[in-house]
Design a binder for this molecule. Sequence first.
Ligand code: FES
Length: 108
Amino acid sequence: MPKTTLFVCTHRRNSADYPSCGVRGSETLLQQLKLATKNCNFNVEPNICFGHCEEGAVVKITPNGKFYHHVTELDIPTLIADANFLSTTALSPNTAPSVVDCDCPDSD
Ligand code: FES
């Protein structure tokens, strides 16, 4: 089973005619998300353009493939909760992480 990963689009276009997630703050979002999840049992990685550029900043969670649009730092708790849920439920009981091992903000 692949490890749960939050992919943050950090693509940046220097064009006033076409939007991009990087221009909308996704590089900062990526750093904030990495910091907030450093002890969590899922990955946070940059990604280059999902093709949803009009709706940036865009985050995709795998393995289920759900997209989050217009993401800001205010959405970090939701992203963490969803990734925690997916990483816990996607694993068998023998390999599921213990809640005690994770000090994510929503792991009480
Ligand atoms: S620039 Fe982020 S989805 Fe295209």
